[in-house]
Structure formats: structure tokens, C-alpha cells
Design a binder for this molecule. Structure first.
Ligand code: ARG
Length: 444
């Protein structure tokens, strides 16, 4: 027998019913939840001190043996909860059979999953901080490197590489905020809700909640076992995080192309071609971009599982973990590649400046100069457009050529169309941006 309810199911149904292939990774959380539950049962006199001590020793032994590899998880068990309870009973006998008093797998799995998600959110927050730290470092280093800023992927106005990278940092800080928010809301303990309607035993829900680091017990028992909002919220935050990573990855693909030549990606994050000897393909950036679709799929899968489910627990909900774990794993993997890739990339400020020097990205500044000298903006815009159509960089036009376009021009226009001056005059608060990124990255 490898289930907890004493019956048996058809051979063909076993594979469908089993979730251990997915949920075995929650063994630490399952044991932690059981330790807290058993301690509470003992304190409340629901089980004897002797049974409580035997369960505690048994669970700690299982944990140590799983940690060391002395014990392997039996993958024919229905799920991780079944495995741990059966192993416990095999080790400590009848005491093990008392562990599940005043508990159901429904509140157990909901507790395990919240604990696991909380832990993984903390891992992700650390990875986001690492990525922001790498971004901030490069941004500070290239604070003055002038490059074209784009709209419609057309050269638009000059910016600096530092300012550009800091924008990535802003995106990631918001992602961290969303994950932190999801973490706050999930940090309530389902234990004590049991199957759906609580229990007749005099349990202490505050004690188990506190022992597991939850803020409070979940208030409503039906909601406690059927709520998977935290899976959706986490996956939604991860989908948006991946959307951001995909945009950064796309820019790395573009910038590292010969057409742009703005950066060289570090060795170890590019691959060669099996046929073209000259190739350095940005596979890692492309894969980060591609994995985004996968996490979006995880979110849609999760939402679809929940749609129309009546309260309280339904076995459909066993399908929550694959999507959630895949999203968590994928985002963590991508972040752990992005950070060192950004850290190791070699920017080429000369190529950036060269690109900034073509494409008339100072045309707005030329128009603004006229506006500052009394010309209405629409007229100034037309004059600058006329100059652009002559095809000569605005820095290279003679004063006569300027005057032919508009009599108001004088030699101070050259300072206005100088690229460095264009960037500096914009009063962009890069120092404040870098300080905000630094505070975030150092966890202040
Ligand atoms: N493996 C199950 C899950 O992941 C545990 C809950 C089983 N509960 C039940 N009533 N059959 O959701």
C-alpha cells in the first residue's frame, strides 16, 4: 500500500494521481510543517509527550537522512506528504500514525506550498538585487558615455549608456516590489483549516503559524485550503519580470550585433557556430528572451486551473505546483545568467558616440535653441527639419548655412547641438538614480 486512505486505485490511474515527481522538492517544508503541528498537538495535550517526542525525533531523523542522502524519496509514494508520514510510521510506529490528528492533506499541502513559495521569493529577491548591483556598477562606470536613445528603434535623442542601464534597474526594482507584495499577502498559515471545516480538537492555530514564521493563521477555513491566489500573484510578478528580462536580452542581442557594435558579450555567455567560424551568437540573451513565453504559459495554466473551481479543495489544485515551480525555476535561472552577463559585458563608448553623431539626434536641441531665442516651436521645428534635410550633421553646418535657414541663428547654436552638451543640459538625475539602485542592491 502506498497511499494514506487504505484503498487502491487502478494501475492506469496511478500516474495521473501521483504528484510526487513534482512535489518531492517540498520535503523540507513538509517536515517543518509537521514538526510545528506535532509540537502544537503535544503542547495542547492532544497527543502524549512520549508520542510528541517520538514524532519529533523521527521527523528530524528523516530530515537528516534526506539531507545526507542516506534516505532516498520513494517515488512510488502518492505525494511527498504520504512519503514522509509513511517513513515516519515505519521508524516510530504508532506515534507516527498520530501525527495527522487535526490535520488534512488539504491544509498541509497549502501550508507547504506557501512556505516553499515564500522561500523561493526570498531567493529571487536576492538574485534581483545581484542583477541590479551589476547594472548599477556598469551604469556608474559609463555615466558619461553618449549614445543614441531610440524611439521606434530610430535614433531619437542623445542619452548616456549609464542612464540607459539605470532604466533597466528601475524595471527590476518594481519587480522586486511586486514579489515583496505577493510575499506579504501569502504569509498566513492554513494549518488548522484541516479538510475544509476546521477541527473539533482544541488546537492552537496561533502557535503553528508563529512556529512557521507566518504572520497569522488564515481566517476562513474554506478559503485557507482553496486559495491559490499566491501562486497566481507570484507567477504574474514573474511574468512581468520575464518581460523585463526579455527586453534587456533583446537589447543585448541588438547591441552585440555588428550593426550596432555597442557591446561585446563576455566569453562564456556566447556560443560559436558549428559551420560559420566567425560567429559569436548571443544564445544566452536569446534564451532569456525565449523563456519569457514559458513563464507566461505558466501563469495562464495556473489561472485556467483555478477558473470555475467550487470551494473548497479539488484535486485540480494539485496542478498548481508544476506551473509555479517552473515559473520560479525559470526566472531564477535567467536572473542568475543575466547578472554576470551584464557584469562581464564590454561596452564600446566610441561606437556609441559614432552612432550618436549620425542620425541628427540633436535636431530637437537645434529647434529648442530657436525657441529660446523667441521663435515659436512649430516654426523652429520646421527650420530644424529643413536643416536635417540638407543631410549634413548639424555640428558641421557653417553659420551662413544656419543663417540662411533662419536669421536668428548665431554662433552659440554650436554649443546647443554639441552632443555632450545636449545630454548635460537635460538635467537627468543619474546620480539620484544610481543612489536608488545602490540602496536597493545593498538592501537598505
Ligand atoms: N498531492 C495533493 C496536492 O498536491 C495533496 C492533497 C490531497 N488531498 C486530497 N483531498 N486528496 O494537492
Amino acid at each position: 500500500m502506498n497511499n494514506l486512505w487504505g484503498g487502491s486505485i487502478a494501475e492506469a490511474a496511478k500516474a495521473l494521481n501521483s504528484s510526487i515527481g513534482t512535489d518531492s522538492r517540498m520535503w523540507r517544508e513538509d517536515i517543518a510543517g509537521s514538526l510545528a503541528h506535532a509540537a502544537m498537538l503535544t503542547d495542547r495535550g492532544i497527543i502524549s509527550q512520549a508520542d510528541g517526542a517520538a514524532i519529533k525525533a523521527g521527523l528530524e531523523g528523516i530530515r537528516a537522512d534526506l539531507e545526507s542522502g542516506a534516505l532516498a524519496i520513494d517515488m512510488t509514494a502518492e505525494d511527498i506528504h504520504t512519503f514522509v508520514e509513511m517513513e515516519l510510521t515505519a521508524r516510530v510506529g504508532d506515534a507516527g500514525k498520530r501525527l495527522h490528528t487535526a490535520r488534512s492533506r488539504n491544509d498541509q499541502v497549502a501550508t507547504d506550498l506557501r512556505l516553499y513559495t515564500r522561500g523561493q521569493i526570498d531567493v529571487l529577491l536576492g538574485l534581483i538585487r545581484d542583477a541590479v548591483s551589476a547594472i548599477r556598477h556598469k551604469a556608474a562606470q559609463y555615466a558619461d558615455a553618449v549614445m543614441p536613445g531610440y524611439t521606434h528603434l530610430q535614433r531619437a535623442q542623445p542619452v548616456t549608456f549609464g542612464h540607459y542601464l539605470a532604466a533597466w534597474g528601475m524595471m527590476l526594482m518594481r519587480d522586486a516590489g511586486r514579489l515583496t507584495d505577493a510575499r506579504k499577502r501569502l504569509n498566513q498559515c492554513p494549518l488548522g483549516a484541516c479538510a475544509l471545516a476546521g477541527t473539533t480538537f482544541p488546537i492552537d492555530r496561533n502557535a503553528t503559524a508563529a512556529a512557521l514564521g507566518f504572520e497569522v493563521p488564515c481566517l476562513n477555513s474554506l478559503d485557507a485550503v482553496s486559495d491559490r491566489d499566491f501562486c497566481v500573484e507570484t507567477l504574474a510578478a514573474l511574468s512581468l519580470l520575464m518581460a523585463h528580462l526579455s527586453r534587456m536580452a533583446e537589447e543585448l542581442v541588438l547591441w552585440s550585433s555588428l550593426e550596432f557594435g555597442f557591446v561585446t558579450l563576455p566569453e562564456g555567455f556566447v556560443t560559436g557556430s558549428s559551420i560559420m567560424p566567425q560567429k559569436k551568437n548571443p544564445d544566452m540573451a536569446e534564451l532569456i528572451r525565449g523563456k519569457t513565453g514559458r513563464v507566461n504559459g505558466d501563469l495562464m495554466g495556473m489561472l485556467t486551473v483555478l477558473k470555475g473551481l467550487p470551494l473548497a479543495y479539488n484535486k485540480d489544485m494539485q496542478e498548481d505546483k508544476q506551473a509555479l515551480f517552473d515559473g520560479l525555476d525559470t526566472a531564477a535561472l535567467c536572473l542568475s545568467v543575466l547578472a554576470p552577463m551584464v557584469e562581464g559585458m564590454q561596452p564600446h563608448p566610441e561606437a556609441m558616440r559614432k552612432a550618436a553623431g549620425a542620425g541628427f539626434i540633436n535636431a530637437t536641441d537645434c529647434a529648442d535653441w530657436l525657441v529660446a531665442h523667441g521663435v515659436p516651436f512649430r516654426e523652429a521645428y520646421a527650420v530644424a527639419a529643413g536643416l536635417v534635410h540638407q543631410g549634413k550633421p548639424l555640428e558641421d553646418l557653417t553659420l551662413d548655412e544656419y543663417r540662411a535657414a533662419h536669421p536668428a541663428f548665431d554662433e552659440t547654436v554650436y554649443a546647443a547641438v554639441d552632443l555632450d552638451a545636449c545630454v548635460k543640459r537635460r538635467h537627468l538625475p543619474l546620480a539620484d538614480e544610481l543612489a536608488a539602485l545602490e540602496r536597493f542592491a545593498t538592501g537598505e
